[in-house]
Design a protein around this ligand. Structure first.
Ligand code: C2O
Ligand code: CU
Ligand code: CU
Length: 518
């Protein structure tokens, strides 16, 4: 099949799988420079399924579901317009921003209102993303399609592309979500009580807004920056070589994590990626013809059973759901489709073109220091627990939007000891505003154990800068945080950030605390 035939068949199967509306609503996103965005409109396009989208207004043209690109140091100055029937915010996950621009939900934009958002990108190159964060509505709005990518580049990032001799179409930024498809259409967000406890799972993957997504690449290195944008599904990412047989996994090079490049690449054949986490990887596709990215089967270790919590947010009482469905109220919802940890197909790569000699990977990718906090760094102990009536909580404390939460000094360094209870499930713990380092893990069992190949029981992904880190049941992790903020007027005065589980049903379900930086 030629390139056009492949794309056309992808589109045809998309049309067949979900009908015309989805094909119209979720076209292939196109790249937009962050500083060109004048307005970012958040809108609902389909009140029946509740599907939503971002539209970037660049003045001369409008781009639906854009992938944003920025060089480090570039700025955004745009009006965010909320055309949803619910409050919303735009949170830039992973960026270090002042509270006023973080979009964390302290100051949601009411339906029909607009807000000016202005900031400069200070972070290292890497894959970041933006999504709604209005407390109580986050899970529903992200599931509805509101998850956008922001690719940040800098000199190191461009030097790497040059060293890999990367063909233009061989670098992709991918957001992997999962959606429930029934009778050929994407079903609305309608979690029953069990879904609000374990998280809302889809039965098919949706990559950059497309079902059955596939890309054509040319032989050589392929660089993929991948986000897990699922509400709750964990992914154990691997690449099957279809020509070499189903069991053969193509090894790949881990180049970077949430907050940019590693010091040196690491060869892997699978990697865990939970909600909010990103990986940057290189695949040598020379001599290959067709690859299928899958989430491999694994034991997801959901050990907690119990009554599910309702989302009793005062804000939800005033606004209808995005579709005509109740949220977290039904006693049971048919859990059709693959469970968490079941194997599912993610996207495919078709390799076309004449073979080339793939250059060797550079031995150093980035110059940044090992994580070694001073021995007298104070430790903050944090417990992730299950509470029968409320669900999963941080330190047994349900979230309150006006709480101080953890209060830390500006510029303070802390070690966070996060202990997940044995009767629990995996929680992807995310800190706003500050990248951190993983120092050590203890008590890791299950499928993750064999991936704990680095010093201190760490995974290869723990070697990079993280803003979201998975805590397996029974695990204790130690993180090094540095609460230094830029010395700019926008950061003056106390700044409030958030710490929460990125299983979005857990986040809306009160597994969140504020961090006040004084
Ligand atoms: Cu990606 Cu507080 O979130
Ligand atoms: Cu975030
Ligand atoms: Cu959680």
């Amino acid at each position: 099949m030629n390139r056009r035939g492949f794309l056309a068949s992808g589109l045809a199967s998309l049309g067949a799988a979900c009908g015309l509306p989805q094909a119209k609503l979720e076209p292939e996103p196109s790249r937009v420079s962050l500083s060109d965005v004048k307005r970012l409109v958040v809108q609902r396009v389909d009140p029946i399924a509740g599907r939503c989208r971002y539209v970037a207004d660049l003045g001369a043209r409008q781009v639906v579901q854009p992938i944003l690109f920025a060089r480090r140091g570039e700025s955004l100055d745009a009006l965010v317009e909320n055309a949803l029937p619910q409050p919303t915010t735009v949170h830039f996950h992973g960026l270090t921003l002042p509270q006023a621009e973080d979009g964390a939900g302290f100051d949601p934009i009411a339906p029909g209102e607009r807000k000016r958002v202005r900031f400069e990108v200070q972070n290292r190159s890497g894959l970041y993303w933006f999504h709604p964060h209005p407390h109580g509505f986050t899970a529903e709005q992200v599931y509805a399609g509101l998850a956008g990518l922001l690719v940040v580049t800098d000199d190191e990032d461009q030097a790497l592309d040059a060293a890999l001799a990367l063909a233009p179409g061989n670098r992709l930024a991918l957001a992997i979500a999962d959606v429930r498809v029934g009778n050929g259409v994407i079903r609305p967000y309608a979690p029953g009580a069990p879904d609000c406890l374990h998280g809302w799972l889809g039965n098919q993957s949706l990559v950059n807004g497309r079902l059955d997504a596939g890309w054509v690449v040319v032989p050589g290195w392929v660089r993929l920056q991948i986000l897990n944008a699922c509400n709750a599904r964990g992914l154990l990412l691997g690449f099957q070589d279809r020509t070499a047989g189903k069991e053969s996994l193509l090894p790949f090079q881990l180049l970077g994590t949430d907050g940019g490049l590693l010091a040196a690449p690491r060869e892997l054949d699978r990697v865990f990626l939970y909600g909010g986490e990103r990986v940057d990887i290189a695949l040598d596709v020379s001599g290959r013809r067709a690859l299928q990215a899958v989430s491999l089967e694994f034991d997801p270790r959901h050990h907690a059973e119990g009554v599910a919590p309702g989302h009793r947010h005062p804000a939800r009482a005033r606004y209808a759901p995005l579709s005509a469905e109740a949220v977290c109220e039904n006693a049971s919802e048919l859990r059709d489709g693959p469970a968490d940890g079941a194997q599912i197909a993610l996207f495919s790569l078709r390799v076309e073109g004449a073979s080339v000699r793939t250059p060797p990977l550079p031995a150093r990718l980035s110059a940044f220091p090992e994580a070694t906090p001073a021995p007298d760094t104070p430790t903050r102990r944090i417990r992730l627990d299950f509470e029968q009536r409320t669900g999963f909580l941080i330190d047994q404390t349900p979230y309150a939007i006006d709480e101080t939460g953890f209060s830390v000094g500006r510029g303070a360094r802390e070690v966070w000891e996060i202990k997940n209870s044995p009767i629990s499930m995996p929680h992807a713990m995310h800190v706003h505003g500050f990248g951190f380092r993983v120092l050590r893990r203890q008590g890791t069992f299950g499928a993750a154990r064999r991936l704990a190949t680095e010093t201190g029981g760490r995974f290869a992904t723990d070697l990079g800068v993280k803003d979201t880190v998975l805590a397996w049941p029974n695990e204790t992790l130690w993180l090094a945080l540095d609460f230094t903020l830029p010395r700019e007027a926008a950061f003056a005065g106390p700044q409030r950030y958030m710490f929460h589980c990125h299983n979005l049903e857990h986040e809306d379900g009160m597994m969140m605390r504020n961090i006040t930086v004084l």
